[in-house]
Design a protein around this ligand. Structure first.
Ligand code: G4P
Length: 535
């Protein structure tokens, strides 16, 4: 039941994202979470929805050709009075800045590990972004119904490689064919694993049996029971106990085991999210030019745009800005102002339910609404009723790939620049204009962003673009405490200087090594690999 009170509504919201390496089971877990949360009845809906979306947005051919969902979205569902906003990050090996940006809108994250593989390269990368933003992480060790690594080894890996205290809340009994379930370490109850019937449309929570009685003996063979008692005792004694403060502070991760495919451990994951994951938090901002914090129960509606998606509806050229509400009670039809003074009446905000989108009449801190607009809004824009609030923290990330972008027809050079600027405003790729020369340099965090750019240049701007190898391989935003130091540096390094979309100076390096070298030689200059735009 909605109370319309921002503080009460914020307190019952959990806005989270799932981070994982491809194939660890993010899609399956999303589906099972929606099923467990009662948002969908039949498994398969996430994929089916994907199919539907693909036909709807057939402007994006690569989405179909590659069979991947390039764009992230959000799914909202409610269970036991808790509203969950699951932010979907693109689940492809070749991730993009959208993935990073989506994490800036999340209050917590679920890290999915494949029980046989442990931490994989992309898990690590995404984890680093979470750490940068102090996002608390819950670990879900998936695929326990297959042969898994030893749980102690898995937890040790989390501890060693992520420098996170791993506190198991449950302890598994076996894995693969011998997987029998898990012990709730807090309540000393055994959760019985049962493979669901294929195609069962309903979700059933696992049966719980008290360890104290004799009933577990009916489920576990004597040697299995003895092993569970031994290993769980070792875990209790030797591994850190869960501490809410440490988890919220980002130094500890609670660990659950389960099987997304077999729908096991997922209801428990929702319990952990509801019970321990933080509600929308107070955010750092600038109010009327002064450092400030905006608490969710602040009356004024505030928030920021973390993602722009174009052409969700191919009939219109609208863009949809994904706006994360940070405070107040948003109502449909409100006028919100950006901190650069643009006002807009939000008369048709979209809310994203599990299977559909609908018009949102109101939204609260932690919620994400889609604001259709004609390109007025940019990634990183802060919106508020007064237009005086700027949030920090939607960064641009230093691109890992830089390419020169050209068009075959020289008469279209100006057109090219305009198109690249427009797509950079949307956050598709970044654009750097070298101080010397006419070539435009396009930068991205993932190679897929170039495919998206190429496709959209063709489809929306009628431009056939070519990407060429750039002499540059890395970019850093430069700044200095003394203006004169910066000016001297810019003058001396003119051949390698460029401006980004906002006109900020960027040093383009021929290699990471060169950047390190130039950095050492110029101690007065700060080289940043992220840029936070204050909008
Ligand atoms: P992703 O989004 O992280 O890339 O992973 P996704 O959910 O697509 O899962 C990757 C594969 O792992 C899928 O198999 C999926 O069925 C399987 N999987 C996910 N969770 C579990 C689990 O708990 N147990 C087991 N045994 N398998 C799991 P696939 O064969 O690649 O695809 P599909 O044909 O099943 O769709």
């Amino acid at each position: 039941m909605t109370t319309h009170d921002p503080a009460t509504e914020a307190a019952r919201r959990r806005t989270f994202a799932i981070i994982s390496h491809p194939d660890a089971g993010k899609t399956t877990l999303t589906e099972t979470l929606l099923l467990a949360g009662g948002a969908i009845r039949m498994a398969g809906a996430v994929r089916a929805r994907g199919e539907q979306r693909r036909t709807r947005s057939d402007w994006m051919k690569i989405e179909r050709e590659r069979g991947i969902s390039v764009s992230a979205s959000v799914m909202t569902f409610e269970r036991d009075e808790v509203v969950f906003n699951l932010l979907d990050t693109p689940g492809h090996e070749d991730f993009s800045e959208d993935t990073y940006r989506t994490l800036t809108a999340a209050d917590s994250a679920v890290m999915v590990l494949d029980a046989a593989k442990g931490i994989e390269p992309q898990t690590l990368k995404l984890f680093e972004v979470c750490r940068l933003r102090d996002i608390p992480i819950i670990t879900f060790i998936n695929k326990m119904d297959r042969e898994a690594q030893d749980p102690f080894a898995l937890l040790d890996e989390v501890q060693q490689r992520l420098a996170l205290d791993a506190a198991p809340l449950y302890w598994p009994a076996g894995s693969g064919q011998r997987f029998k379930g898990m012990l709730d370490l807090t309540r000393d109850e055994f959760l019985v694993f049962k493979r669901p019937e294929a195609g069962d449309p309903d979700f059933a929570a696992a049966e719980r049996i008290a360890m104290a009685g004799n009933s577990v003996a009916a489920i576990l063979a004597p040697d299995e029971l003895a092993e569970l008692r031994d290993t769980s005792e070792l875990a209790r004694e030797g591994l850190p106990a869960f501490d809410l403060e440490a988890f919220r502070g980002g130094s500890m991760t609670p660990v659950l085991f389960g099987s997304a495919l077999r729908r096991f451990g997922v209801s428990e994951l929702l319990d952990v999210l509801a019970g321990f994951a933080p509600a929308p938090r107070t955010q750092a901002a600038t109010a009327r030019g002064v450092e400030a914090t905006i608490a969710p129960d602040t009356d004024e509606v505030t928030g920021f745009v973390f993602k722009i998606q174009a052409n969700m509806d191919p009939k219109h050229r609208d863009r949809v800005a994904f706006f994360r509400v940070c405070s107040g009670r948003f109502r449909r039809g409100m006028t919100l102002k950006s901190s650069v003074g643009r006002a807009m009446n939000v008369h048709n905000p979209m809310m994203f339910m599990a299977q559909d989108r609908e018009i949102a009449d109101e939204a609260f801190p932690g919620d994400v609404i889609g604001i259709p607009n004609h390109g007025v809004l940019r990634v990183g824009d802060s919106l508020s009723e007064t237009g005086q609030i700027s949030f920090r923290g939607i960064p641009n990330f230093a691109p890992e790939i830089l390419k020169r972008c050209r068009v075959a027809d020289p008469l279209k050079q100006k057109h090219l620049r305009k198109a690249l600027e427009s797509l950079a405003e949307e956050g598709v790729t970044q654009l750097f204009k070298p101080v010397v020369g006419a070539d435009l340099v396009v930068g991205a965090v993932g190679a897929l962003q170039f495919d998206v750019l190429e496709e959209r240049m063709r489809a929306e701007y009628g431009l056939e673009v070519m990407f060429e190898v750039s002499p540059f391989q890395a970019a850093r935003w430069v700044s200095a405490a003394e203006r004169s130091d910066l000016e001297t540096f810019l003058e001396r390094n003119k051949m390698q200087m460029a401006e980004d979309l906002d006109g900020a100076p960027v040093y383009l390096g021929k290699s990471a090594w060169e950047i390190g070298y130039v950095q050492d030689k110029n101690p007065a200059i700060r080289f940043a690999s992220t840029k936070e735009r204050l909008a």
